[in-house]
Design a protein around this ligand. Structure first.
Ligand SMILES: [Fe+2]
Ligand SMILES: [Fe+2]
Length: 480
């Protein structure tokens, strides 16, 4: 189980640790240019870097620093040094390029003396003819440094670097947005429980951020929505339904204003549940008939709660309608049953689909066991025309894809990956993060687009159950 506010990705912590460590390294190199190695200032910077390095090694067991086209990577993660030490990075990159060095592998038996030798050689070593890295490594060995190895410059396509950075930035932004939305829902539900006013403006701001991100690329948010093991799933469910609904809203070409209303309505679709006994909503076992009688009141309670706690505008009106209608179903087999047979609002029909999908894949709402996404889609398709609008459902199945984002797949090269982005044009060729192959785990995972030239050599065999392999998919989704 995960507490979203406490744990938002070990790799983010890793990047932060690498940032601190490398900043200390640049300060140390700068200090070495001014002071002798016996000077107190130098010794104190050396100790600072060394301690951060030891801590990093202790936590992550490897430390490879690479530079490529002015950018710094630690263990293949882009590390943005954006403070005063930026000039230090620039100088270091220039100097490494001069020496033909593309990276340094720091071993775990490194000592402070080794670091001092490295710092001295990096600033004073002069090359003669021959392989520059070999010369540098030979010199390190001559000086008794066996725990540091320099690597040759890698020829990296600058576009590929931009892609890595861009992907990392989008994933971080998506996580921020997602958890901000979860907190907003939590606060709104708490306000509704206490009969306090709900801030419509704050909710709209969250929805607009989600819309901006989905219009850029929905995959990072869809991946977060695929996580179902949050501690308090009730809030995440509302955010998931909002994300799925907006993805579908984009597909049918809704305007920005309509998307804003749809996302807002989806976020509040279950707010009526705050008026039900907590023990019922969180009941671990199956519902009996009395439980269901109470639960069937949540759409009416939801519409009333929204009406009472928010200042009426078009968003609020659509949210009231959606909360009231999202369990009615086109064939009127759902609830509430009162009222005339007027057509259901399209937002309600969208939320009916996305709500069912999220509830069934989570195993946390109504049913107690999660069902794999692909099987849920089959179930929904089976009930098409009866419980769902056929056109909307087909579009939604297309969005989720045959290999839904967040699912684990076995590949023909015997590796295992997690689907990170669906491919609308070729559903069988999504983008994948390969987390392990026959030689063991990839840490960090390797990105593989099955639709690009290299990826076409590999096919998906089938989806696999992460539990069988004892793999925590959530950890990978919450990392970069
Ligand atoms: Fe509901
Ligand atoms: Fe729901």
């Amino acid at each position: 189980m995960i507490n979203p506010s406490a744990k938002t990705g070990t790799d983010r912590e890793r990047i932060h640790a690498a940032q601190q460590m490398m900043t200390a390294f640049f300060v140390l190199a700068k200090t070495a240019r001014v002071y002798e190695t016996g000077n107190d200032s130098y010794r104190s910077q050396l100790t600072r870097f060394y301690n951060l390095f030891l801590k990093y090694m202790d936590d992550y067991h490897s430390c490879t620093v690479k530079v490529a086209t002015d950018r710094l990577f630690v263990d293949e993660q882009f590390v943005n040094i954006d403070n005063d030490e930026r000039i230090g990075v620039r100088q270091m990159v220039d100097r490494w390029q001069e020496l033909g060095i593309g990276g340094i592998v720091f071993g775990d038996s490194i000592t402070t003396e080794h670091i001092t030798i490295l710092i001295r050689l990096l600033s004073s070593f002069s090359l003669s003819a021959g392989d520059p890295c070999e010369q540098f490594n030979n010199r390190l060995a001559e000086e008794g440094v066996d725990s540091i190895v320099v690597l040759a410059e890698e020829i990296i396509d600058p576009d590929q670097l931009v892609e890595i950075e861009e992907r990392q930035r989008m994933r971080q932004e998506a996580r921020q947005t997602f958890f901000r939305a979860v907190t907003t829902v939590k606060d709104m539900m708490s306000a509704a429980t206490k009969q306090e006013a709900i801030s419509v403006a704050r909710t709209k701001r969250v929805i607009h951020t989600i819309i901006d991100q989905i219009s850029d690329d929905a995959s990072a948010l869809m991946e977060l929505a695929s996580i179902k093991d949050f501690d308090d799933y009730t809030y995440a469910h509302s955010v998931n339904v909002s994300i799925y609904s907006l993805a579908l809203g984009f597909r049918i070409g809704l305007s920005r204003m309509e998307l804003s209303e749809l996302g807002f309505a989806a976020l509040f679709h279950d707010i009526g549940k705050v008026k039900l006994p907590y023990d019922l909503v969180a009941k671990p076992g199956r519902f009996d008939e009395f439980d269901w009688t109470q639960m069937r009141n949540h759409p009416v309670l939801g519409a009333m709660t929204i009406g009472k706690s928010m200042k009426l505008d078009s968003h609020v009106a659509r949210a009231m309608t959606t909360a009231y209608e999202h369990h009615i179903n086109p064939d009127r087999t759902g609830y509430p049953t009162r009222g005339e047979l007027r057509p259901l609002d399209i937002f309600s029909q969208i939320v009916t689909i996305t709500d069912c999908f999220d509830a069934l894949t989570s195993g946390r709402v109504y049913i107690k066991e999660p069902i794999p996404p692909a099987e849920v889609l089959r179930k929904l398709m089976y009930q098409m025309t009866v419980k769902f609008d056929a056109f909307l459902l087909k579009l939604f199945v297309g969005i989720i894809g045959i290999y839904p984002v967040g699912s684990m797949v076995l590949l023909t090269d015997n590796s295992i990956g997690i689907v990170s982005r669906t491919n609308q044009a070729e559903p069988g060729r999504p983008e994948i993060r390969v987390i392990a192959d026959r030689n063991g785990p990839h840490d960090p995972p390797r990105w593989c687009d099955l639709a690009d030239t290299a990826g076409r050599a590999i096919d998906i065999i089938r989806t696999v159950d992460p539990k069988k392999y004892n793999i925590d998919v959530t950890r990978y989704i919450l990392s970069d």
